[in-house]
Design a protein around this ligand. Structure first.
Ligand code: HEC
Length: 204
């Protein structure tokens, strides 16, 4: 036996074209291995046509994508469009909110409440819970060291009286906040709380 024949035996046997008795289908004429023969069996039509459809679909898709550059199938474009739309919506909402806030100025009650919130947080420790005075002077009497007009209070709050222990609030509060707290302090005039600190300064 030649070496060539040895190799031939190990390969699958060639099957000549012939018709299968059971299925009446022509052998592919390809291979038989361990008694299993390869048939020349056509695809079922539904599968074959589905396959054609996918080919047509992919070609049309590529044409739309690269030739007509159709927006609706380019995802990046679609994404950008959505983001722009969302952003525009937010901008409108922000503008509307700004108009609303600007159109409705704070009522006196709201101003006093805002001022009280700042006072309780920042000023109460030295000027007392009710403005009765503690380390700092009494805000409920008619006596003022630096004057009782709003602009005089403002000057003290902005500049502070550093050598007397009143610090400057210029960097901690904005103009509106200062105005609110001044409004609150002046609203305490004549409220006559207990444990008042003795008057300091001059009456005005
Ligand atoms: C660390 C203590 C301290 C804190 C906190 C403090 N003050 Fe004063 N404040 C003083 C002292 C002390 C004086 C008196 C200064 C002087 O003798 O000239 C004063 C004076 C003032 C005056 C002038 C009063 C007058 O009779 O002319 C105003 C107004 C004032 N403070 C507002 C505020 C406001 C508003 C806050 C909070 C944002 C605040 N202070 C927080 C200690 C303080």
């Amino acid at each position: 036996m030649s070496t060539n024949e040895d190799i031939q035996l190990k390969e699958p046997n060639k099957v000549n074209e012939e018709v299968d008795d059971v299925t009446k289908i022509k052998f592919f004429g390809g291979h038989e291995y361990d008694g299993i023969k390869e048939l020349d069996n056509p695809l079922p039509p539904w599968l074959k046509y589905l396959f054609y459809v996918t080919i047509i679909f992919s070609i049309s898709y590529l044409i739309l994508l690269f030739v007509f550059k159709d927006d609706s199938i380019i995802q990046v474009k679609e994404y950008r469009k959505e983001v722009m739309a969302a952003r525009a919506k937010t901008e409108v909402a922000v503008k509307e909110e700004a108009v609303k806030t600007a159109a409705a100025p704070m009522t006196e009650e709201q101003i006093l409440a805002a001022g009280k919130a700042i006072y309780d947080k920042t000023c109460l420790v030295c000027h007392g819970k009710f403005g009765e005075g503690l380390v700092g002077p009494n805000f409920t009497d008619e006596y003022w060291i630096h004057g009782g007009r709003p602009e005089e209070l403002k000057k003290v709050i902005i500049e502070g009286v550093l050598d007397k222990g009143m610090i400057s609030y210029k960097s901690q509060m904005n103009n509106t906040q200062i105005d609110h707290v001044i409004g609150y302090i002046l609203s305490l005039q004549g409220s006559n709380p207990p444990n008042q600190k003795a008057p300091q300064g001059v009456k005005n």
